[in-house]
Design a protein around this ligand. Structure first.
Ligand code: TTP
Ligand code: MG
Length: 366
């Protein structure tokens, strides 16, 4: 069907591809005798005595009420006969990277968002949503043929709707939401389907009388802003099917830093520490946006004679903590006390590691 398009408006076609019960599907593909059985993957399974949690489980196991993040002991009570397996991350990472390579082969506008999901912008590759649907079927076939696991794909005019659509008919699903059908698709769904609307937000929204995405879409945006800040506005837009985010592969970021040259050279360390606070906040903001954790904090100091120093301190573990940046940067600054006036100060973080996407979905919007 041809696309209806207003002058100046670009209708995009975005795929969200998400593997079905990923860890357990990979286990089944590696050991076909598990096919059709309830399979639970988690830490510390030891015959239901362990203290770990379920990472995921096969759809057969889900029939018993087992789900991700449930205590393994509870899963064991629900289904003692399930196959319990330890997490084998290297295997899942290998299969994940094979699948991401397959997906990248379809469009250069590709963005991996977690170990088992990615967006593709196929707007330039197909003429219309019919062709897009055929392309999605081809991708599903290729993933199954090459890696032995199924995935679900949502096809829609933007990322948010595509993500909701991929989850709509799982497993092995394909849901196409045409631009003209966005409202009809979104409005009846529970607000918790919107990415970033977790349990706590859902409870507050429910208390405000907002249960469905449709309720949210027509709610007074000013009230949402007052209650949730900027995310109130974002939620309202997403509920109305508005999401301008592009599909972009993020480059490999090695470090993030910000610096400031003072209007006038200064030896006032209270003032310099204030600048360090602001720079740390900026660095931290970028870090969240780019979804990285850091392990090393650096500072840069330029004295009035232009001699420039960098200092670094590595923490014991990866962190996303703003106060750790501020504290470490200020500790590193101490050696420059009494060294004359400072011309510039900078704060940075290095040794970056991709954050677990599930922790950071909200930050995507800011
Ligand atoms: P999901 O895509 O959320 O779940 P899934 O692929 O297992 O199942 P679905 O068919 O509903 O998409 O997460 C991908 C993988 O991330 C999952 O296989 C295991 C891991 N994971 C955890 O380790 N803990 C969790 O709480 C969740 C939700 C996922
Ligand atoms: Mg999945």
């Amino acid at each position: 069907m041809p696309l209806m398009c207003l002058p100046g408006e670009n209708i995009r076609i975005i795929f969200h591809v998400d593997m079905d019960s990923f860890y357990s599907s990979v286990e089944v593909a590696a050991n076909p005798s598990l096919k059709g059985l309830p399979v639970v993957v988690g830490s510390d399974p030891i015959k239901g005595e362990g203290r770990g949690v379920v990472s995921t489980c096969s759809y057969e196991a889900r029939k018993y009420g087992i789900h991700s993040a449930m205590a393994i002991s509870k899963a064991y009570r629900l289904c003692p006969d399930a196959v319990y397996l330890r997490v084998n991350m290297p295997l899942y990472k290998k299969v994940s990277s094979n699948i991401m390579e397959i997906l990248k082969g379809y469009s250069s506008k590709f963005q991996q968002v977690s170990v088992d999901e990615a967006y593709l912008d196929v707007s330039d590759l197909v003429q219309d949503y019919d062709e897009a649907e055929n392309l999605a079927l081809r991708i599903k076939e290729e993933v199954t043929l090459r890696e032995g696991i199924t995935c679900s794909i949502g096809v829609a005019p933007n990322k948010s709707i595509a993500k909701i659509a991929s989850d709509y008919r799982k497993p092995d699903g394909l849901t196409v939401v045409l631009p003209g059908e966005v409202e009809r698709f979104l409005y009846p769904l529970d607000v918790s389907r919107i990415s970033g609307v977790g349990k706590k937000t859902s409870i507050i929204l429910n208390e405000m009388g907002i249960r469905t995405i449709g309720d949210l879409a027509v709610y007074d945006v000013q009230v949402l802003r007052e209650r949730f800040g900027k995310f109130g506005l974002v939620m309202h837009q997403l509920a109305n099917g508005i999401d301008g985010r592009t599909v972009m592969e993020r480059g490999d970021v090695k470090s993030i830093s910000k610096e400031d040259t003072f209007d006038r050279d200064t030896s006032d360390m209270v003032y310099v520490e204030g600048v360090i606070d602001v720079l740390s906040e900026n660095v931290h903001g970028s870090l969240l946006k780019k979804k990285y954790l850091f392990k090393t904090v650096t500072i840069k100091v330029r004295l009035e004679d232009f001699t420039t120093y960098t200092r670094a301190r590595t923490l014991g573990a990866y962190s996303s903590d703003l106060s750790a940046i501020k504290r470490t940067a200020k500790a590193l600054l101490q050696e420059f006390r009494g060294r004359g006036r400072l011309r510039l100060v900078g704060v940075g973080v290095t040794k970056l590691e991709k954050m677990d996407e599930k922790q950071s979905r909200l930050s995507d919007f800011f």
